[in-house]
Design a protein. Sequence first.
Length: 229
Amino acid sequence: MKSDFFRIATDTHRFAILLGIFLLLMLANPLFENTLAAGYIGDILYYLFLAAAAYSIRRSRFFKLAIILGAASILGEFTSYFINQKFILIAATGLSSLYLLLITGLIIRNLSQQKQISADTVMGGLCVYILIGVLWASLFVNLELISPGSFNFGVHGRHPELIGFYGLLFYYSFISLLTIGFGDIVPISSMAQTLTILEGLIGRFYLVFYVAYLINLYISRREKRKNTD
């Protein structure tokens, strides 16, 4: 009885868990800024975020593939702490990008199959938007690792340390996704500019389509109620 209740509760709040961990991740950096703990806490919360993302699609037939990709990316990043090899970090970040792309696609597919609007549906849509930002942050980081100088970090320093530009490109990704564009970080290479444009376009069109999808669900639900009355 208790196990059934726990299963139902976690199924209902699977996206709330993912959203909550992301908010903790966002708050961790300013709270522990310029301390040794910042990097470790940020990494732990990021790994928890990846795990929560996998948990949200655990009923999918692609769940095992997601687990393999996620575990490989985490192992690669963890290994890079002890082995200072750039290609390991590039491979780990690339696997992380594939993992995030798979998870995002599976959540979108899951949401598209829902028949009514619920808190879980709305939070799931928000989580997809967040995952797009995290995915693009991963792509930006890999681009800077492969081709240093793809971004001009301006006031943040010309060549930030590895941990520094991780955080800066995470920030840049969401600034681009939200189309705020402060201009403190500038894409220099053609690939960086192209990825920035694509993120802005995808972010905008996703919001339009998702709002339209929610409205369609609401109208369909209301019409069904009228037909049954």
